[in-house]
Every structure is written in structure tokens, then in C-alpha cells.
Design a protein around this ligand. Structure first.
Ligand SMILES: Cc1ncc(COP(=O)(O)O)c(C=O)c1O
Length: 422
């Protein structure tokens, strides 16, 4: 762990928007480079965030010193690898407030976690005529697995609509809940618009009818404190690479009582207690859902990312980012001919916009020449684009290491785009 975190302003200041960003930025080597001769301004954090040295060092240590398989060897290296792998699981458990480490399942990412639930929870539970509720705001990875399930089962996918600001219409949601609803699966924060959804209310309303709720937390965990027990969600999914951890690792949290009842997702090593050709007995949680050699270095890196975030403090990250998002929203809105897509009252991290007469891909390309990395496209959320009558937007997405100066440079680059296109 690098030492720069000690430079973060003391919590006793009672301000949540104060971070020593300059010091924190030194933990991220990738931020200190030029792109096309310009200093990099990385505003594509919703796609993948940058990685601090603490994470790189933890993974490097695994490969340099401890590289061995987990849960299998009696030898020292395997023991060390297993200890670090399981320690990371406990770090994840505490980070999201889960009751026990057995409720934390390593996956390849959010997509893998969502598919796991659609498969192992969905297949036994969802029958012909049943219903699954998602929302207009979902990433494709929280749409397609449910579509596949519903097609297979003859079930119906119901979709909570949104208003022009990009907020869920809660009255419509209330009207969708019924005795045939088997699960509600929604994101906590929209990746395309940044809307923070009223997930407590969504969960409470579903639970009144005994319906479980899955939250896709991919865009929430990097930006705010999450407590799955306080939320009372039944499943929670997220990815390491969007929260300053490595790619190829993610988490599915599930309440023990649900996970116990679910059949395995995949078969293979580690997920069994005993195998004969006549009968296989499955391993206990969480291993029942972790077939094959896992992403050991990824899990250890994720644990290091969590430790890093804990040292900064998620509440302070949220406070700082709120300030930065307000600043960026005001600055972007001041540019003539820009339309913000997604103006919810509660938002995190994301500024999606279109510029009159300029295709988002052209904006993205020109911004890249200015050193500014943004995302242009449908953001794997085509139904959101359809709802707003556009095919794509340009999306700038912030992290705690971004600064007002970077926002200023980004807005200046957007103005340049406007000048170029006259
Ligand atoms: C809200 C949301 N859900 C799911 C995903 C999919 O995550 P991954 O590609 O890491 O599986 C993303 C990625 O952008 C996302 O933003």
C-alpha cells in the first residue's frame, strides 16, 4: 500500500467533499501520461477505472512469491495463496456489509454474477406465465440473461418505465408487481445516465409481496457506501475493474438462505465434495458456485482495491464526487447546443450528453485528440437510448481522482468540437 493516503485530509474536518486528490493521483501511474501529446484526462471510469499501485503490487506479489492453486495444496505457496484469496473475500464481505463470507461468491464480473442468478435462481423458480421485472435503465447484462430465461420458460419480462429525467416511474413499478412476479432485477446506479435509483423503496415494495430483489451494483460500489444488509437486497452484483480493482473478477452477494437452495451454475473442480459416476455431492457455500481454478490474482487485487478505498473512506469519496459532478454539470450545461441526457435529481458520476449536429463518435474522437478519454455509443443500454430518441451519447464518467481542472479542460475540448463543426 502506498503511503500517500495518509495525506488525505483528516475526517475530523467534518467535510465530506475534501480529498487530497493530488496525493491520491500519485497512486495511479496510468494517470500521468500524455495522449496525442496532451495530458491524459481519464473520464471513462464507468467503463473501467484506473488501477492504484496498491492493487498492482498485491497482484505482483502473488505472481512473484505466492503463485499456486488455492484450496488444493498442502504446501506453503498454496497455503499463502489460499489465505490471501480468502482474506480478500472477507474484505469484500465487510465492504458491502454482508453477514458472512460464505455469502460472497467470486465471479468473472457483474455479467457473470447476473447470469449466475438468472440461471441458478431463475431456472428453478420461473415457470410459464411467471414474470420478471427489470427497468428501462438496465445495462444489457441485466436484460439479456432474463430475456433468455423468460424465452426458455415462457415467462414474461416486465419493464419499469422512466420519465424524461431518467428516473424510474415508481407508480408504474407498483402496478407491475403481482403474484406472478418471481424476481425484480434493477441497477442501483444507471451506467448510461448516472441515475441513482430508489432501491430501498424498490426492495421494500417487492418484499411486501415476498419477491426477492437483485441489485446490479456495478456503478454504485465505486462511488458510495453500500450495505447489503441495510438495503436488505437478496442479491448484489458488481465488478472489480470499475472499482479500481483488476479485470476478470467480480462478486455475487446472495443471502445464504437463497444461495443454499440454488443449484450450481457450473460443474467442475472445487465445487464438489465427492464425485462418483453414480452421484456427485456439491460443496458448501461459497465454493458450490466457484467451479474450476478461480481468478486468484484478481481476487487478491480486488481485496487490495477495497483496502485502498477503505483508507480513503467511501463517504468522503461520495461527497467529493457529488461536488465534482455538480461542477461538471454546470460547466457542460453552459455550452450552447448541448443536451444532457439524464437529469435525475439523484445522480452519481455520469454526464451523458449530445451536441446538436455532431455524432457522439466524432465528439469522442476529437476529445481523444485532446487527451480526453470519454465513451461514445449506446453504453450497452440501447433501451435507454431508444427512450430518449437517440442512437448514442457521449458519456463522461468521473472518479475521485478527477479534478475541476480536468473538467474545465474537458469542457474546453467540447467547445472546440462545437467550433470545428461550426
Ligand atoms: C450497470 C452495469 N451493469 C453491468 C455491467 C457489466 O459489467 P461487466 O462488463 O464488468 O461484467 C456494467 C458495465 O458497464 C454496468 O455498468
Amino acid at each position: 500500500m502506498s503511503t500517500t493516503l495518509s495525506a488525505v485530509s483528516a475526517p475530523s474536518e467534518h467535510r465530506t467533499d475534501v480529498l487530497d486528490v493530488a496525493a491520491l493521483r500519485r497512486d495511479f501511474p496510468a494517470l500521468h501520461q500524455t495522449v496525442h501529446g496532451k495530458p491524459l484526462i481519464y473520464l471513462d471510469n464507468a467503463a473501467t477505472s484506473q488501477t492504484p499501485l496498491a492493487v498492482i503490487d498485491a497482484m505482483r506479489k502473488f505472481y512473484l512469491e505466492d503463485c499456486a492453486n488455492v484450496h488444493r495444496g498442502v504446501h506453503e505457496l498454496s497455503q499463502r495463496a489460499t489465505d490471501d484469496y480468502e482474506r480478500a473475500r472477507t474484505a469484500v464481505q465487510k465492504f458491502i456489509g454482508a453477514a458472512e463470507p460464505e455469502e460472497i461468491i467470486y465471479t468473472r464480473g457483474t455479467t457473470d454474477a447476473l447470469n449466475l442468478v438468472a440461471h441458478s435462481f431463475g431456472r428453478p423458480q420461473v415457470q410459464a406465465g411467471d414474470e420478471v421485472i427489470i427497468s428501462t435503465l438496465e445495462h444489457h447484462s441485466n436484460i439479456v440473461p432474463w430475456q433468455i430465461l423468460c424465452d426458455e420458460r415462457g415467462a414474461k419480462l416486465r419493464v419499469i418505465p422512466i420519465n424524461d429525467a431518467g428516473e424510474l416511474l415508481m407508480d408504474e413499478y407498483a402496478g407491475l408487481l403481482n403474484d406472478r412476479t418471481r424476481i425484480v432485477a434493477v441497477n442501483q446506479v444507471s451506467n448510461a445516465l448516472g441515475t441513482i435509483n430508489p432501491v430501498r423503496q424498490i426492495i421494500a415494495m417487492a418484499h411486501e409481496r415476498g419477491i426477492p430483489v437483485l441489485l446490479d451494483g456495478a456503478q454504485a460500489v465505486p462511488h458510495m457506501k453500500v450495505d447489503v444488509q441495510e438495503l436488505d437486497c437478496d442479491f448484489y452484483a458488481f465488478s472489480g475493474h470499475k472499482m479500481f480493482g483488476p479485470t476478470g473478477i467480480g462478486i455475487l452477494y446472495g443471502k445464504r438462505e437463497l444461495l443454499e437452495k440454488m443449484p450450481p451454475y457450473q460443474g467442475g473442480g472445487d465445487m464438489i465434495k465427492s464425485v462418483t459416476f453414480e452421484k456427485t455431492t456439491y460443496n458448501d457455500l461459497p465454493y458450490k458456485f466457484e467451479a474450476g481454478t478461480p481468478n486468484i490474482a484478481g481476487a487478491i487485487g480486488l481485496g487490495a482495491a477495497i483496502e485502498y478505498l477503505n483508507q480513503i473512506g467511501m463517504d468522503r469519496i461520495a461527497g467529493y464526487e457529488k461536488h465534482l459532478l455538480d461542477y461538471a454539470t454546470e460547466a457542460v450545461s453552459a455550452v450552447d447546443g448541448i443536451r444532457l441526457i439524464g437529469t435525475a435529481r439523484e445522480k452519481a458520476s455520469v454526464l451523458s450528453f449530445i451536441v446538436d449536429g455532431v455524432h457522439p463518435h466524432d465528439i469522442g474522437t476529437i476529445l481523444d485528440r485532446e487527451g480526453v478519454a470519454v465513451r461514445a455509443g449506446h453504453h450497452c443500454a440501447q433501451p435507454v437510448m431508444d427512450r430518449f430518441g437517440v442512437t448514442a451519447t457521449t458519456r463522461a464518467s468521473l472518479a475521485f481522482y478527477n479534478t475541476e481542472q480536468e473538467v474545465d479542460a474537458f469542457v474546453a475540448a467540447v467547445r472546440k468540437v462545437k467550433e470545428l463543426f461550426g
